[in-house]
Design a protein around this ligand. Sequence first.
Ligand SMILES: NC(=O)c1ccc[n+]([C@@H]2O[C@H](COP(=O)([O-])OP(=O)(O)OC[C@H]3O[C@@H](n4cnc5c(N)ncnc54)[C@H](OP(=O)(O)O)[C@@H]3O)[C@@H](O)[C@H]2O)c1
Length: 189
Amino acid sequence: MSRGEANAKERNVTLHVVSSLDGFIARKDNSVSWMDSTGVYEAGISISEDEVAAFVKAIDCYVLGSRTYEHALELGWPYGDTPTVVVTNRELPSARNSVEFYSGDLKSLVDEKLAPRYRNIWLVGGAMLCRRFLSLGLVDEIKLTVAPVILGEGLRLFGDSGTEQKWHLKNVVAYKNGFVELSYAATIT
Ligand SMILES: NC(=O)c1ccc[n+]([C@@H]2O[C@H](COP(=O)([O-])OP(=O)(O)OC[C@H]3O[C@@H](n4cnc5c(N)ncnc54)[C@H](OP(=O)(O)O)[C@@H]3O)[C@@H](O)[C@H]2O)c1
């Protein structure tokens, strides 16, 4: 299905982040070198650049919080020309044509702005925006990539939400570099 043909019923919001073993997605100073801390797991798989490219090509749209956006601009934009919505209450400079800004109700963002245009929607952080999406029941899938490192402190992905939610394990992929990807669905399909 091409972009623009999706409808509200078909949209799928995937929350994807990389977490340390102890549940942090960023160091206090925002540095991300910990994501390079690879190990060796012989029984794991590796994927080719072509496979990664095909996977990324299937993503119709990214959604980010403003702090993640600002950090991504500093580090080197990883989202290519894929349409990207940055959620913010501020007037931020638009660094790329593929970026648009959104302020307001997040359910309306998903149901009225994104779902009519995109099917495969990826929410890629940060912690604040992910928590808000989760608390509103706007996430269909969680893909949590666990890095083989304990950071000891930093920005917690889940924090104290105060709400228990049951998720259904759909898949586990262990990579040769020691990272593990856990996939969960909100509902049993
Ligand atoms: N490990 C990973 O995979 C991963 C992934 C993503 C990010 N990160 C890291 O996480 C850190 C950023 O995360 P974060 O939790 O601090 O921030 P964030 O979620 O990226 O951004 C928070 C901002 O989003 C905006 N926002 C959230 N909800 C909103 C709403 N309903 N309406 C309008 N604006 C809304 C606000 O922007 P304004 O203040 O502009 O109004 C808020 O300050 C960075 O260090 C980044 O590198 C790590």
